[in-house]
Write a new protein. Structure first.
Length: 729
């Protein structure tokens, strides 16, 4: 027997549905009335006659086709069949997301027919409803989203079940003893789906990787990567290929490029950065304007199409940033060495160079391949010190291309001037309707064993915003350079649609409980009132809650060849040009830009459409893995603080419990309604609250409460809290 109930189709009382179920399951095959009767398990004359009549009726309605006399098959000509993507719930039923339909289609457990979350399927809508969810069933699996799953092996005598950790997976996977490899009972493993036989309760699979003992750090981090199908190391052939690339700077290659080695150039990055893929150059011009260069590692020089290395980079599409490690898109010889713009080294770069006037207007622009030399490397904190003190801990003598002279004043002047420019550029963006999401990032202090010993918050200061503004400038100008041409050229844009109106109304309703409000009159009032809201909540108890909810109202940014602009940044044209070490779309942007600079014809749009879709998908998986690693580390951190009481803010209210986010470390956990002592609490959805039946005491979204850790589950990455009471200031 399966550990979890498997959702298989059951015979229906409705004869129409029973017959069409049979025909749909084998769409290319035709059946006569006797074969259908046999499949329905009936053999009396009345039933057979009813089947004959029903077949004639269905054929007349064109729901089925009479292929030859007395033999019928399902009709594909009606409007009831659609391609869809399955969105499973944790309760066993699903919704089918259909592009052509405004509403999702409800799929009951019995109608899933082995479909899993994310699968591309064909569905048949058998019950269309007005003003309610239509109902349908899966008729074919067109493409499995995934065939590998992470779970824990529950071993019996001659077989086992892998119990999948994903709450949206409604079945476990049966594994025969000879397909377990070295796995032992209780191991966390990766199991590959092989088949789901017709009469089996569970699908069959084989164990392809043993991750280790549940709860151990190495096991859990690798299981996060495996859960999303992300690699944790490079195959040997990829490393070998990368190590054989000639990464030396050649005089003949320099001649093909704009030589900018004599221009003051520096990098500003996080203190712990291992790769530097962008640098800034600065020089004052005789006409009073300044020339700023945004120099990006020329990854496409080394990463050639058609090679195994390029194939691997495309498949990965992005670097993955987990709490304790980076899983890079490119091997170290490129990411940390050849393509890293390290100080006092010549590098091949791809640059966007702008002449900018005193009003921060770009009056001239140039794009192309360059060779640069980084004179200095600053951490954000060091650049911030220059901005705040108008000086900094900079060596008096810095060697610039073998010309030693006192450059301290020059660098200080460059940083201060560019900071002033960045502030003006940011202010202009805000006036044009950009949204200012300066969300607090949760970071961990780790010891040598990767154990979390502290939590701190990272906020963007002027030095961060300086870099951000010039990267945004390069990304925008590159997109405009291609997108504004008379003749359309295939290009990759970073697209961001307007927020969903219903979500904005819902957000407005929520924030009104804290005394805030949004103006939903038009696009501009939405943007300005959102910015005002984000500014008003800074430093308040509800800040993180409101920040999170506001981000959720936004559409998801994606890569596409059809430019729709970027709502959040208020740009009509936007692309990703500045991070090719860690994002494959940036590599493609470099290639396409060079192609058009060389005067070549437009690339094939269909080819790049597919690449954009893949890159967006991999970005989503990477973000999920990053979130899971933070959640895992938060749970790990809280294990050592189970005796402490914490002040938290109610961040979510459901019919089974309330979520609470601890103020001092942003760790979130759940208090189940059944665990709250002293009363029975009911869910009040309209007021985002729970209310006690006897005491009428209520706990509402945004309330401050005192909690203790009840249970910290590393495997499920879940915290349960005990409610102590309301926090009285």
């Amino acid at each position: 027997m399966s550990k979890k109930n498997k959702n298989k189709s059951q015979p229906q009382g409705d004869l129409t549905k029973s017959i069409t179920d049979i025909l749909r399951k084998e769409p290319g095959k035709s059946f006569n009335h006797k074969q259908i009767a046999a499949k329905l398990g009936v053999n009396d004359a009345t039933s057979r006659n009813n089947i004959i009549k029903k077949l004639a009726q269905l054929a007349a309605k064109k729901q089925i086709e009479e292929e030859e006399r007395g033999k019928f098959k399902i009709s594909r000509k009606g409007n009831d069949y659609y391609r869809a993507v399955i969105d499973m719930t944790t309760k066993g039923y699903a919704y089918a997301l259909v592009d052509e339909l405004e509403d999702d289609v409800f799929i009951s457990p019995r109608d899933l027919n082995t479909a899993f979350n994310g699968d591309e399927v064909e569905i048949y809508i058998y019950n269309r409803k007005r003003n309610k969810k239509s109902e349908g069933e899966v008729t074919q699996i067109l493409k499995r989203k995934r065939t590998e799953f992470v779970g824990v092996l529950d071993m019996q005598k001659d077989f086992g079940f892998v119990v999948i950790g994903d709450p949206k997976m409604y079945t476990d996977i049966f594994v025969q003893k000879n397909k377990m490899g070295d796995a032992k009972d209780g191991d966390k493993v990766v199991v590959e789906l092989e088949e789901w036989p017709d009469k089996a309760d569970s699908p069959f699979g084989k164990i392809i990787q043993v991750l280790g003992t549940p709860g151990e750090h190495h096991t859990e981090i690798h299981s996060i990567l495996a859960q999303y199908g992300l690699p944790h190391e490079f195959p040997k052939e990829i490393e070998d290929f990368a190590n054989q690339i000639d990464t030396s700077i050649q005089p003949e290659e320099i001649k093909k490029r704009r030589d900018m080695r004599d221009v003051l150039t520096f990098t500003i990055d996080p203190a712990d950065a291992k790769d530097f893929d962008d640098a800034l150059s600065f020089q004052k011009l005789e006409n009073g304007n300044v020339e700023v260069g945004i120099h990006i590692a020329d990854v496409s020089h080394y990463l050639q199409p058609g090679t195994v290395l390029d194939d691997e980079a495309y498949e990965r599409a992005t670097s993955v940033y987990l709490v304790d490690r980076v899983v890079p898109m490119l091997p170290e010889v490129l990411s940390n060495n050849a393509c890293s713009l390290r100080p006092n080294e010549e590098k091949y770069t791809f640059s966007a160079v702008f002449e900018i006037d005193k009003n921060t207007k770009v009056v001239n622009e140039w794009f192309g391949r360059t060779v640069t030399y980084s004179d200095a490397r600053f951490a954000y904190e060091e650049a911030q010190q220059i901005i705040e003190t108008e000086k900094g801990d900079i060596p008096e003598d810095i060697s610039i291309q073998d010309k030693a002279y006192t450059a301290k004043d020059e660098i200080v002047d460059a940083v201060l001037t560019m900071n002033s420019m960045a502030k003006k550029m940011r202010s202009t963006r805000m006036r044009q309707g950009a949204i200012s999401f300066d969300k607090v990032e949760v970071k961990f202090q780790l010891d040598e064993e990767n154990e979390p010993v502290g939590v701190y918050f990272k906020t963007a200061k002027d030095a961060n915003k300086l870099i951000e503004e010039f990267m945004l400038l390069a990304n925008r100008k590159v997109a405009e350079f291609i997108g504004k041409r008379d003749e359309k050229k295939t290009f990759i844009y970073r697209c961001h649609d307007e927020p969903d109106e219903e979500k904005l109304v819902s957000l407005n309703s929520l924030v009104s409980r804290f005394g805030h409000g949004l103006n939903l009159k038009n696009r501009k009032t939405v943007s300005s009132s959102l910015n005002q809201l984000l500014q008003d909540v800074q430093g308040k108890k509800e800040q993180n809650l409101v920040d999170t909810l506001a981000i959720r109202t936004m559409s998801k940014a994606y890569y596409g060849t059809e430019n729709i602009g970027h709502y959040g940044l208020a740009f009509d044209y936007y692309s990703h040009f500045t991070s090719p070490i860690r994002r494959y779309p940036d590599v493609m942007v470099h290639r396409l830009l060079q192609r058009y600079l060389d005067g070549q014809p437009s690339a094939k749009e269909e080819e790049y459409d597919e690449k954009c879709h893949h890159s967006s998908e991999m970005e989503g998986l990477s973000s999920s893995a990053e979130r899971d690693s933070i959640k895992y580390m938060q749970v790990k951190f809280m294990i050592d603080h189970q005796d402490r009481e914490f002040v938290g803010v109610i961040s979510g209210v459901t019919d089974f419990g309330i979520f609470v986010e601890i103020v001092e470390n942003k760790c979130e956990g759940m208090i189940r309604l059944r665990d709250i002592k002293g009363d029975h609490y009911d869910f009040d959805g309209e007021n985002y609250a729970i209310v006690g039946r006897k005491t009428k005491k209520s706990y509402q979204l945004g309330d401050e409460v005192i909690v203790k850790v009840k249970n910290a589950d590393l495997v499920k990455r879940h915290l349960d809290f005990t409610l102590i009471g309301k926090h009285e200031e």
